[in-house]
Design a protein around this ligand. Structure first.
Ligand code: ZN
Length: 261
């Protein structure tokens, strides 16, 4: 047994060909800073991933060009890049999903770097390679089936694949996260004669497009946003109705943008 150090598992034999997003089964206190001090005192053979992301940020434990012992399977260890979504025990759904989002963003940057396109071949689950509940929390939240969870991860990563491009049009629209301070600026509205629900987040108008892939059972961006609002402010998200004329004027001031989910 050897304590973990960067490079302990050796160099990868070639360019990575896929990614695995794990759930760490760690407590709310097992943040990135925790792993940074814990991992070097941990027997490497017991396992480690390349990247640990939690609400306090990111800890890159090993270089992407090195092998990581993260999957209990030598093929996946050699060819897959690996992330741990931390705090998978004890965090609220909203907290956990916020960390997942940060992971998707980091995965997207790595996939771009290695020329990988997110799909069911390149975005895989730990439980496809060994007997494990991992990713237990994502599994429970996003459809409890291999393809459903894969599709959720793929859609999440795709949102960030356009980031850092020079074209602003490719940047995904993200609503401003509610805080106690900005909550009075945020409300939802409907337009008479239309089915869609709009969100004004204090700066821009957003239309929530429904999730189209996967099982359809996963929590949607809209429910997530309403839940976060309630959790932060203790109140239900206010709703109003605009007439068609009011909306037309509104839309010239704050043109509605779609959020893809
Ligand atoms: Zn795992």
């Amino acid at each position: 047994m050897t304590l973990f150090y960067s490079g302990i598992a050796g160099k990868r034999p070639g360019k990575p060909t896929f990614v695995i997003i794990h759930n760490d089964a760690g407590s709310i206190n097992a943040c990135a800073s925790y792993y940074r001090s814990w991992l070097p005192n941990h027997e490497a053979e017991l396992g480690f991933a390349h990247v640990y992301i939690a609400k306090d940020g990111k800890y890159q434990a090993d270089d992407f060009d090195n092998i990581a012992w993260h999957s209990g399977n030598s093929f996946a260890n050699e060819w897959a890049l690996s992330w741990e979504v931390c705090q998978s025990m004890g965090a609220s759904d909203a907290e956990f999903e916020a960390v997942e989002e940060a992971v998707f963003q980091d995965v997207a940057a790595a996939m771009k770097r290695y020329g990988l396109t997110p799909n069911r071949e390149t975005v895989r689950l730990h439980k496809e390679y060994s007997a494990t509940d991992c990713p237990h929390r994502s599994w429970a939240l996003h459809g409890s089936a291999i393809n459903a969870v894969q599709d959720y991860f793929i859609a999440g990563i795709k949102k960030y694949m356009g980031a850092d491009n020079s074209s602003n049009n490719e940047k995904p629209v993200q609503p401003i996260q509610p805080t106690k301070e900005n909550s009075t600026m945020i409300y939802a509205f409907n337009v008479q004669g239309q089915g869609a629900t709009y969100l004004f987040d204090g700066q821009k108008t957003i239309v929530f497009a429904e999730k189209t892939s996967g099982s359809g059972q996963g929590p949607r961006a809209w429910d997530h946003y309403k839940g976060t609002y309630k959790e932060v402010t203790g109140k239900d998200l206010p709703t109003q109705t605009k007439t068609k004329e009011q909306f037309e004027l509104w839309n010239t001031l704050y043109p509605a943008q779609f959020i893809k989910f």
